[in-house]
Design a binder for this molecule. Structure first.
Ligand SMILES: Cc1ncc(COP(=O)(O)O)c(C=O)c1O
Length: 513
């Protein structure tokens, strides 16, 4: 195999913005220049030439992307390729837009930020005090990997009394946020390469090893069924687990709720995990018990299919809507992994605490992953969480006060945007998001801006012209909509609604896309 053909491009000891990517050509067994990558950060180039040269001799046949660095006047190649697993994952758009809006605010632009999924309330005092006391009392050491027995016992009590599901503490794993609980569950139950014949699997692994290709292998793995609109991380977590996300669209006319018939028609023996989120991010929809029962009847026909029920917004719900835990439905306990956390209802996003509850076999597997990655969650946050669960049914007075405020804000926004021509709304029954269909305005051409053709360009327009940061619906699997987070004061929302409406009124409705 010939050595990599690399052009010299750097003349200083620091890494330049230019770089060279080298692709593997299986026909000729040579490498040829393909793409240019760009790097803005500088790397420490104080490298040992000998070790790098050795590595190059050993590894040059597997380098798919490289840059040229110079050290002590010698040029050398540095492998910059990333794992195919990382290459297959999209970065979070909600995080990107929040960062962009923050940068604008720091530059003095008065942007109203309604992109982040974070309550604007402070953590209730009783919870904060418990955390402070934990530090004062020296409760600052590692806890058991699965979480303290005190917290897991309190979680079991909560799940029994509020959700009518019985668990023992060894069926609970506490993690650094519900996000970690979900990714561990996906990694624990989805098998890469399910149903792959060993010969093809060997060829495929060779291809990955040589070229870092990320694409084809996903079609070979188990499937994760995700109703859309979905929380941005679900499909990416499935990809991280080498599983295939299968997206099942749910329309605004159905209040964004999954149709059991559609589910039934899409399930195969490869389907491994169905992810449900109620109340939903981004739509605020709440699954009524009757619909969940219909879904459960479909699920029950598939012996391989598990359900991950993300119930993190459970307490942020507007009556008469009622939350139902999927695991409480007849026959569903054995196959359901219930995820919940403290970030949303208890305004504890920065404390990083969530948990999973389910049959011991699965939950222990999640704990195993955690034991080799992060270990147990913060001891201080766990003490605070015990206090949170002690605040009363569904979080007691402090949480119902926040829910009342969210409800007022929802009512205000639904009325405000209901006045706009062509905007479609499904009134949220929970969470703190409004997912509005603005596709009526796609196709509009704006002087000095250009064409608004999709949710991304509409959000860019609203950020530039209206100075309001929102998240495009395509990040959630529905390009007709944009998401407004109403975790902000009523005054802020009034100002934002005015700006958005003013910017929208400048648009001439075009053809729908
Ligand atoms: C639907 C949903 N699930 C899980 C999470 C993760 O929450 P955390 O990791 O803060 O507990 C979020 C956060 O935005 C969410 O919206």
């Amino acid at each position: 195999m010939m050595a990599a053909k690399i052009s010299a491009i750097s003349t200083t000891a620091s890494l330049r913005d230019q770089s060279l990517a080298v692709g593997f050509d299986p026909q000729s067994s040579t490498r040829s220049s393909t793409t240019t990558l760009s790097f803005s950060s500088k790397l420490n180039t104080n490298l040992s030439i000998r070790s790098l040269e050795t590595r190059r001799r050993n590894k040059s046949s597997t380098i798919c992307s490289a840059i040229i660095v110079e050290n002590n006047s010698e040029q050398m190649e540095l492998d910059t390729s990333l794992s195919p697993r990382v290459n297959s994952v999209k970065p979070s758009k909600t995080v990107a837009i929040t960062d962009q809006a923050t940068a604008l605010v720091e530059a003095g632009v008065p942007v109203i930020r309604l992109a982040a999924g974070e309550p604007d309330f402070d953590t209730p005092a009783v919870i904060a005090e418990a955390g402070i006391n934990a530090i004062r009392e020296g409760y600052t050491r590692y806890t058991p990997n699965a979480g303290t027995l005190e917290l897991r016992t309190a979680i079991c009590k909560k799940l029994k009394e509020e959700n009518h599901i019985s668990y023992t503490p060894d069926q609970i794993v506490v993690s650094n946020g519900a996000k970690q609980s979900i990714v561990q569950a996906v990694l624990a139950v989805c098998s890469p390469g399910d149903e792959v014949k060993s010969y093809f699997k060997f060829l495929y692994l060779m291809l990955i090893a040589h070229c870092g290709l990320a694409i084809s292998h996903h079609s070979l793995a188990g499937r994760v069924i995700i109703p859309a609109p979905f929380w941005v991380s679900y499909p990416e977590m499935a990809r991280l687990a080498d599983a295939t996300p299968v997206i099942l669209p749910a329309s605004i006319s159905e209040n964004f709720l999954l149709d059991p018939k559609l589910l039934e028609s899409k399930l195969t023996e490869k389907s491994r995990l169905l992810i449900l989120c109620s109340p939903s991010n981004p739509t605020g929809s709440v699954y009524p018990r009757k619909l969940l029962e219909e879904i459960a009847r479909v699920v029950a026909k598939h012996p391989r299919l598990l359900v991950l029920s993300d119930e993190i917004y459970e307490h942020i719900i507007y009556s008469p809507a009622v939350h139902t835990s999927f695991a409480s439905l007849p026959g569903m306990w054995e196959r359901t992994l219930t995820v919940n956390g403290f970030s949303k209802a208890f305004a504890m996003t920065g404390w990083r605490l969530g948990y999973i509850a389910g049959p011991k076999h699965f939950v222990t597997a999640c704990g195993k992953i955690q034991s080799q990655t992060t270990s147990g969650a913060s001891s201080i946050a766990q003490k605070a969480a015990v206090a949170a669960l002690g605040m009363g049914y569904a979080g007691g007075e402090a949480v119902s006060h926040m829910v009342k405020a969210f409800r007022e804000r929802r009512d205000f926004l639904v009325t405000a945007f209901g006045e706009l021509d062509g905007v479609k709304i499904s009134e949220p029954q929970g969470a703190f998001y409004l997912f509005l269909d603005f596709s009526y305005y796609y196709g509009s051409e704006v002087d000095g801006f250009g064409l608004i053709k999709d949710s991304e360009s509409l959000c860019r327009y609203l950020l530039e012209k209206g100075q309001v940061a929102l998240v495009p619906g395509d990040a959630f699997g529905d390009d007709t909509c944009i998401r407004i987070s109403y975790a902000a004061s009523l005054n802020t929302l009034q100002a934002a609604a005015e700006r958005i409406k003013k910017a929208i009124l400048c648009l001439k409705p075009g053809v729908s896309v």
